[in-house]
Ligand binder design. Structure first.
Ligand SMILES: *[C@@H]1O[C@H](CO)[C@@H](O)[C@H](O)[C@H]1NC(C)=O
Ligand SMILES: *[C@@H]1O[C@H](CO)[C@@H](O)[C@H](O)[C@H]1NC(C)=O
Ligand SMILES: *[C@@H]1O[C@H](CO)[C@@H](O)[C@H](O)[C@H]1NC(C)=O
Length: 383
């Protein structure tokens, strides 16, 4: 049974072939890991937007914050881009305008583009602790100076940004109240401790949306609640939208769904199921509770949820229909709690890209080195 399932997953993963190779930039002279771990760092900048300043954001100096920039008091949403991104790239372009149009909030878009440039994926991953440390410095200073209430801060990170959000928890003085992970990045995050990865201990409430589980994003649950829209190798509409790189379209669906969820009238309703493995076997009850995914998720909901979406905007399909499959499901006694592959299994790049097999550098070795480096970085005091 287990091997059949693995074969199936590999077959699915093979469809999503087009994501970049993380080793491409490994020996590229243009790629660098920042040696200087001091914050603020000129390669990590913070841009404050409000409805009034949406076209002329204020660049923040974490060491010299102006309380008037945050008057009147409003909730603060912090957006983090991913690999090859910048402050106007996903998730910023999908979420910031909708927030400013519809919600009375401040938005800080972080820009760390110089540290996550193509083709330097491995170095980008190594630069993340610095980004996290600098973000934590900003948050600590905003809170300590009474400029923003601690419980008003919500971090939303896409891809590598999702992992930055998780790592920021290592440096903040008070536990964060909410983190949203939008298809948190997988490559080089499979091994190692939760300190490097987004996980439920990083904030009082962590909600995660997974849209490219067999490629760039993580398959395993990472939050208090995890949503899997259109679980499978391909998000609807992505083959048409980006036939050369449907995986990149899958990945970016997470911030697009999230942006739409802010003011969607129908809403993205997921239905709870024990796990993705149970879902894969088609054994989820169609009577399980439903929960709203995205910006308006209830902080009470826990567990794993599945839903379908449309192939183009508006993507949301509303509540799921009630049907009764309890008799069918009851025939199977599926003990998901004791399944060895479920919690840790991740379809990996090395498994799906044949050319990596001949490469001298072992991905697993690299991951171990990264863990080591980041532990070192954590020992430094934070100012
Ligand atoms: C939501 O807001 C966006 C941008 O502000 C707008 O384009 C869209 O029409 C809104 N959707 C609904 C359902 O109101
Ligand atoms: C944003 O500002 C415009 C006018 O500049 C105003 O009409 C709109 O209501 C404001 N939106 C919010 C969410 O405050
Ligand atoms: C910032 O990035 C540039 C490359 O874009 C690099 O040369 C420089 O050392 C970095 N500076 C700091 C302070 O990290």
């Amino acid at each position: 049974m287990k091997s059949t399932l693995l074969l199936l997953l590999f077959a699915l993963a093979a469809v999503d072939f087009s994501f970049g190779n993380p080793l491409v930039g490994l020996f590229d002279a243009a790629c660098f890991v920042v040696k200087n771990n001091d914050c603020p760092n000129k390669n990590v900048t913070f841009w404050l937007y409000s409805n009034a300043t949406r076209d002329a954001p204020v660049q923040l100096n974490p060491l010299d914050l102006n309380p008037w920039d945050f008057q009147p008091p409003r909730p603060l949403k912090i957006l983090l881009h991913g690999y090859t991104g910048h402050r106007d790239f996903a998730p910023n372009n999908h979420i910031r305008p909708v927030l400013l149009d519809n919600e009375d909030v401040y938005v800080i878009s972080i820009d760390y583009a110089p540290l996550v440039r193509y083709p330097c994926y491995v170095q980008a991953v190594q630069n993340l602790p610095l980004v996290s440390k600098c973000l934590a410095q900003l948050i600590n200073n905003l809170v300590n100076h009474g400029i923003v209430q601690h419980d008003q801060i919500h971090i939303i990170g896409f891809s590598l940004g999702g992992q930055v959000a998780g790592q920021t928890a290592n440096y903040v003085q008070r536990k964060l109240t909410r983190i949203t992970g939008l298809d948190p990045a997988k490559p080089l995050f499979i091994l190692g401790s939760d300190m490097r990865r987004l996980d439920p201990s990083d904030a009082d409430f962590v909600d995660v949306i997974h849209t490219d589980t067999l490629g760039r994003g993580m398959l395993r649950p990472m939050g208090h609640v995890d949503f899997y829209p259109n679980f499978g190798p391909l998000q609807p509409g992505c083959m048409e939208e980006n036939p050369d790189d449907p995986g990149s379209c899958n990945h970016e669906r997470a911030p697009r769904f999230y942006g739409e969820s802010i003011n969607s009238t129908l809403g993205f309703w997921g239905r709870q199921c024990a796990s993705w493995l149970v879902y894969l076997f088609g054994l989820c009850s169609t009577r399980a509770p439903q929960a709203l995914m995205g910006y308006r998720v209830s902080e009470e909901v826990k567990g794993v949820y599945f839903l379908k979406t449309d192939s183009k905007p508006p993507f949301a399909l509303g509540m799921q229909e009630e049907a009764d499959n309890t008799k069918y499901v009851a025939k199977f006694h599926f003990h998901s709690k004791h399944n060895e592959i479920e919690d840790d299994y991740e379809p990996e790049w090395g498994e799906t890209i044949p050319e990596l097999e001949s490469n001298d550098v072992e991905i697993n070795e690299l991951e171990k080195q990264l863990v080591y480096k980041e532990q070192e970085a954590l020992d430094e005091p934070l100012t």
